[in-house]
Design a protein around this ligand. Structure first.
Ligand code: SF4
Length: 374
């Protein structure tokens, strides 16, 4: 089983914290779908005939594409690949795009899951982040999505916003629980180099992120959502039973995926490749039949490091059986590295090693401690 990711690079406006590849220009909005279909055709053998289990439209803001073009891309996949009968098709969407006419059209497509970028229900926080939607739209779009009987949708929230507080974060969680998302992602705000947020903090125009607040809000979400029946199945992700995101889970499970569109990454266990993060050059390359992509072959060490880093983030943790089967040569290093990690960060069972409640905040530290450095 494998997945296909489409990177739709268009955004209404630039969020201050964002370091994804996107453009606010609409210049190539009408020519990108066609180029992506061509790329799909060129790269149809990349997944060696594996059945497609998930299609994910990410970005950027995929909900800026008309629903008919989204369906054209889905049809492109169906024409070229064998697809699973329970294909999960997710559209990342921003609240300002999820209007009645848009949902009316989208209902005619095969999209069966949304990942909605709410981020916060507070107007001052949305403005501070420079999001394109307001707090009314955030609530209204969830009502609309539910009224269109989309059973399976996910809400993204951002925790640790410097102008937030524990009270405001709790209000976000309370408002969220008035709706019925099957899945919730809570991402900790990070300051990426060269973003507007980075500039603002360095120049004293914005308060800096406080780690203690981030940690507090992380555990508030963990406790609140766990009590509501969500399983905290990955550091940033929660799902009601049976509703873990299949697409995201496949990244953590090391399944193959093909990334289509500018800056999109692909992975086939032996190598990783990525398209150029430049829309005109991407289009030019595809139209000439010369893809602008780079490839990195993954050594055994790379594969081991990736395995420990992704699996330690999951609540199921690192399977010692799988570790032994695939990375026997690193077992000794793994066991030695465990001694460097505070015992209170880990739950050690006979067949798995996972993060304890205390260790959840230190996933990156634990993952890097287990790394094999050549
Ligand atoms: S909508 Fe998403 S991709 Fe676009 S600027 Fe904001 S965070 Fe970045």
């Amino acid at each position: 089983m494998a997945g296909i990711y489409f990177h739709i690079p268009f955004c209404q406006q630039a969020c201050h914290y964002c370091n994804f590849f996107f453009t606010t220009s609409k210049r190539f909005l009408n020519s990108t779908t066609e180029a992506m279909l061509k790329e799909l055709e060129y790269r149809k053998d990349y997944l060696s005939g594996e059945t497609i289990q998930t299609i994910y439209f990410g970005g950027g803001t995929p909900s800026m594409l008309p629903p008919s073009e989204i369906q054209t891309l889905i049809d492109g996949v169906k024409n070229l690949f064998s697809v699973d009968s329970e294909l999960e098709i997710t559209l990342e969407a921003n609240p300002d795009n999820l209007t009645k006419p848009y949902l009316e059209e989208l209902k005619k497509t095969d999209v069966n899951r949304f990942s909605i970028g709410i981020q916060s229900f507070h107007q001052d926080e949305l403005l501070w982040m420079n999001r394109a939607h307001n707090s009314e739209e955030a609530k209204r779009c969830l009502e609309l999505v539910e009224s269109y009987q989309y059973d399976h949708y996910s809400v993204d929230l951002i925790l640790g916003i410097p102008i937030s507080s524990r009270e405001k974060w709790q209000q976000n969680l309370d408002i969220l629980s008035g709706f019925r998302p099957k899945h919730v992602s809570c991402y900790a705000l990070t300051v990426e180099p060269k973003t507007a947020l980075d500039y603002q903090i360095k120049n004293g125009k914005s308060p800096a992120i406080k780690d203690t607040e981030t940690e507090e809000q992380f555990y508030m979400a963990h406790d609140f959502l766990s009590k509501k029946g969500y399983k905290h199945y990955e550091i940033s992700n929660y799902g009601l039973p049976g509703y873990a995101a299949k697409h995201n889970s496949s990244y953590w499970e090391g399944k193959k995926y093909l990334g289509i569109g500018p800056s999109a990454h692909s992975y086939n266990r032996e190598s990783r490749s990525w398209n150029i993060a430049h829309l005109p050059k991407y289009l030019e390359g595809v139209n000439k039949g010369q893809l602008n992509l780079e490839t990195e072959n993954l050594s055994k060490v790379d594969q081991y490091n990736e395995f420990v880093m992704t699996n330690i983030r999951k609540s199921s943790g690192i399977s010692l059986e799988i570790l032994k089967q695939n990375f026997a040569e690193y077992i000794e290093h793994f066991d030695d590295s465990l001694l460097e990690i505070p015992k209170t960060f880990l739950n050690r069972k006979q067949s798995t090693i996972s993060l304890s409640r205390e260790g959840l905040m230190f996933a990156d530290f634990v993952g890097s401690a287990l790394f094999f450095v050549v």
